[in-house]
Design a protein around this ligand. Structure first.
Ligand code: DAH
Length: 348
């Protein structure tokens, strides 16, 4: 009986020692084999009933001794196994520094900003200065000073966003989100004496929303005032700008039109950028695209701005930036410029 336990110990020593790069699973299997409920040790102990009392005591002591030794062997082998596993995991690098990095998509200037910057740059090249004014504007600057009569349809609440700031007196002067950049003409003239050459880019607001209108859009306004400025200066300046922007081959035409703040007034067309004048869907078969409003500054506007119409004359013009961007890049729906869909913007 004593031999049984002694052999058991020898065997366990050998087996536990044999497995060189021993894993904790293998060790667990050996623990079950020797020390488990139905393991070799238990089986030996079950036989001990047959022994005489004296022998049982002796063999029992040996059995306990063997059990303790096997346990100790397993524990230290288990510790070793865990150490080995840790070392192995540390040997395998967690970060593969040779993998190519994940590229962040690169942003760029929005097509509306690009177009606006290009327009402004061309005029700066012709000696214009950049001016700006507030987007929340007094009705006086937006309409009155620009010679809009009291009942002009553009003043209708249907077209303009009137604002009544909280805490303002009931009889405070009415304000609007500016419906065009033209009020900056008046502010710029008020701020400095003639001669004056200024370009005024900015946001404007109207109650409109369809494929060619958004409630906020951008305009660039231009103003040139000096002694003896004529319609010929207007034509020369705008032709030079349109060729610089759309290419030397572009044709232009000036059509008589009406704006309250200019007299005479004109609308300026360019030959269609798509069909080069032959006629297509974009130009509605006319061969021409409207691109600008312009005219000679109305004497009433000069007066309202503190200039003397006997001494100076001027020309002014205004254009929509989104419309210009759409023609330049062939964009069909104006609203897509404001959806901030990166797949759309990445095309430019
Ligand atoms: N303010 C006009 C608009 O929003 C555009 C315009 C037309 C501006 C003629 C001008 C001009 O300076 O002379 O439709």
């Amino acid at each position: 009986m004593q031999n049984y336990f002694q052999t058991l110990l020898e065997q366990a020593k050998q087996e536990i020692g044999e497995v060189e790069e021993i894993s904790s699973t293998q060790l667990e299997a050996l623990r079950v084999k020797y020390l488990g409920k139905k393991g070799a040790l238990s089986q030996g102990l079950a036989q001990m009933g047959k022994l005489a009392a004296e022998a049982r005591k002796q063999v029992g002591a040996v059995a306990n001794q063997v059990k303790a030794e096997v346990e100790a062997l397993l524990t230290s082998a288990m510790e070793r196994a865990e150490e080995l596993a840790l070392e192995a995991s540390l040997r395998v690098p967690k970060v593969d520094i040779s993998l190519p990095g994940r590229l962040r998509p690169q942003g760029h200037c929005h097509p509306v900003s690009q177009t606006m910057d290009d327009i402004v740059d061309i005029f700066i090249g012709m000696g214009f200065e950049v001016a700006d004014g507030p987007e929340v504007e007094l009705d006086w600057y937006n309409f009155e000073a620009l010679n809009f009569l009291e009942n002009h349809p553009a003043r209708d609440m249907q077209d303009s966003f009137y604002v009544h700031p909280e805490g303002f007196a009931e009889d405070a002067r009415p304000m609007v989100l500016r419906t065009h950049t033209s009020p900056v003409q008046v502010r710029t003239m008020q701020a400095q004496p003639p001669p004056l050459r200024a370009i005024m880019p900015g946001r404007v607001y109207r109650r409109d929303f369809d494929i060619t209108h958004t409630p906020m859009f951008h305009q660039v306004e231009g103003l040139f005032v000096d002694a003896n400025v004529s319609m010929a200066d207007l034509k020369g300046t705008l032709n030079a700008f349109l060729r610089a922007f759309f290419g030397q081959e572009v044709k232009t035409r000036f059509r008589a039109s009406y704006f309250p703040f200019t007299e005479p007034s004109a609308e300026v067309d360019i030959s269609c950028v798509i069909c080069k004048g032959a006629g297509c869907r974009v130009c509605k078969m006319s061969g021409w695209l409207e691109i600008l409003g312009a005219g000679m500054v109305h004497p009433n506007v000069l007066l309202a701005s503190g200039y003397n119409p006997q001494e100076v004359t001027g020309f002014a013009f205004g254009m929509g930036v989104e419309r210009t961007a759409m023609l330049r890049y062939g964009i069909g729906d104006l609203r897509s410029l404001f959806e901030n869909d990166i797949r759309f913007l990445a095309r430019f």
